[in-house]
Design a protein around this ligand. Structure first.
Ligand SMILES: [Zn+2]
Ligand SMILES: [Zn+2]
Length: 504
């Protein structure tokens, strides 16, 4: 027998320890709920798509809050409630052990496993001690419930099912592949869209690398016409994942020739050529100098084009459709605009913006059956942009947060990173701040402002409000921080702006 004094002390210690575990779960649950990005990074479960943040907040938040609830209940009332979080922890550990055996991945979560084992030990000790202390019929029957044949049969069946799945994972993998490939091939999101203007964000980043964003690129679908505005590094892959039929693109429109806007042009032209079996080269429209860019990419891809033609033949890789056709825009007057494309329903114009010393640099406006979108290009707050954005439905504006950038600048100065210090200082003079973009949206009477070329990188949503600063004071309408995969649908002859996701 344990002496009474020791008994009380032991119970107190176990209750304190188990309540500590409960509070840690509570903090984790609240963390996943409130700052999912940060906890996701700590737990190595960063979402690969923006929508994943939703699952992390919901699923992991619920798991830890639930475990916290029962752990605290068990700590402050009857310890029998500790059985629930204990079962969860056993399952978590089982999952981790399976992963170490099956996935052939490094044991990056080893420290978490140690912590979970400690937590489980505390909870099981508290449970066992409670069972020993009471030793009552009621308490025994509580544990005896888990020895009845129904529960044991259920555990046996689940174990057998798990082993069957494990053994047949090759067949299961091939079956799923079979299903998903067929489904994916039969999907055609463009033909499923209602008539209207559809604007998708394939890239919203800038030259400073961002784990969540690639180089800037936007697709605009107007009825049956498809345009790509800019082709930043990595964006072609996203366009394909978003199921934009690259083979059917009418034209690529370049705002200017900074590398973060043209880095993927070679890939884009190549994919448009091969996936569309094009017989004519792709039109690439942009400022004077676009010839140099298009010819340069054609030269860089010349050997690859020959290989593909030799391998697949002209049915897939017809050399007549290889490369791009540069179409320079001749516009020098900021008071005027340039019609890039026009028919009875659709009008696309280019206008000059201020991205000095990059001259010329353009923004674009699309008008289709009463709906409109402006894409700013890289610019300082600009009067022509404001004028051409008059009454626009969707204003996609580039944006730079000076406060965040100056913090980077100071950090660079402290760490003697001269280049970063200079760059983070120099780029302040040719971009637009969030508040300035919001004021332009207000003065132009835009309906919805979207930031789509975001400087500096803000890879977590927790930074978004800090980034937006006071911009909501200047613009009453919605302001959206653009993320890869976002789709804005503007059905023709309506007022609606619907937001969707193409990268899940
Ligand atoms: Zn630029
Ligand atoms: Zn840029």
């Amino acid at each position: 027998m344990i002496p009474i004094n020791l008994n009380i002390r032991l119970e107190l210690v176990l209750r304190i320890l188990s309540s500590l575990v409960g509070f840690i779960f509570l903090l984790l649950g609240l963390g996943f709920l409130i700052v999912p990005d940060i906890l996701a990074t700590v737990f190595y479960v960063e979402p690969s798509r923006a929508i994943g943040i939703n699952s992390i907040r919901g699923d992991l938040g619920a798991l830890f809050l639930g475990m916290s609830f029962f752990t605290l209940l068990g700590s402050f009332s009857s310890p029998r409630w500790l059985l629930i979080p204990s079962v969860f922890l056993i399952l978590v550990l089982l999952g981790r052990m399976t992963s170490f055996v099956v996935d052939d991945l490094p044991m990056v979560m080893a420290s978490s496993v140690r912590l979970e084992l400690i937590f489980l030990t505390i909870l099981v000790l508290a449970l066992a001690y409670n069972s020993y202390k009471l030793n009552s019929e009621e308490n025994r029957s509580f544990f005896q419930e888990f020895h009845n044949w129904k529960i044991l049969t259920a555990i046996g069946l689940v174990s057998m099912l798990t082993i069957c799945i494990f053994i047949s994972r090759r067949q299961i993998g091939m079956g799923l592949w079979n299903q998903s490939v067929a489904r994916r091939m039969n999907q055609n999101f463009v033909t499923n869209l209602p008539d209207g203007l559809h604007v998708g964000l394939a890239g919203t980043g800038a030259p400073i690398p961002d784990t969540k964003r690639v180089g800037v690129s936007t697709f605009v679908i107007a009825g049956t016409h498809i345009f790509i505005v800019d082709s930043g590094p990595g964006s072609t892959r996203n366009l394909e994942l978003m199921q934009v039929p690259l083979g059917k693109i009418d034209a690529v429109l370049l705002t200017h020739f900074h590398s973060d806007h043209i880095g993927d042009l070679g890939e884009l032209i190549l994919k448009a050529w091969t996936t569309g079996a094009r017989k004519k080269p792709l039109a690439v429209i942009g400022p004077g100098g676009v010839n140099t860019i298009v010819d340069g990419f054609k030269q860089a891809y010349a050997l690859d084009s020959d290989y593909r033609n030799a391998h697949h033949g002209s049915a897939v890789a017809d050399l007549r459709g290889n490369g791009g056709v540069p179409i320079p825009i001749n516009l020098k007057d900021k008071e005027k605009n340039f019609i890039v494309f026009q028919n009875s329903d659709l009008k696309v114009i280019a206008f000059l913006i201020d991205h000095r010393p990059v001259i010329p640099a353009f923004g674009y406006r699309f008008d289709y059956k009463g709906r409109s979108v402006v894409i700013s290009g890289d610019t300082l707050p600009d009067e022509t942009l404001r004028r051409e954005s008059r009454d626009v439905d969707l204003l996609l504006h580039e944006v730079l947060d000076p406060e965040m950038l100056s913090i980077m600048n100071q950090a660079a100065a402290q760490s003697n990173s001269e280049v970063v210090r200079n760059v983070t200082h120099d780029i302040l003079t040719y971009h637009t701040f969030p508040e300035e973009a919001a004021r332009i949206a207000k003065e132009a009477n835009a309906k919805h402002l979207v930031f789509h070329h975001i400087i500096p990188p803000v890879p977590m949503t927790i930074f978004h409000q800090a980034f937006l600063g006071d911009s909501r004071q200047y613009f009453d309408g919605p302001i959206t921080m653009g993320i890869e995969g976002m789709l804005f649908s503007l059905p023709s002859n309506s007022q609606k702006i619907e937001k969707g996701w193409l990268l899940r």
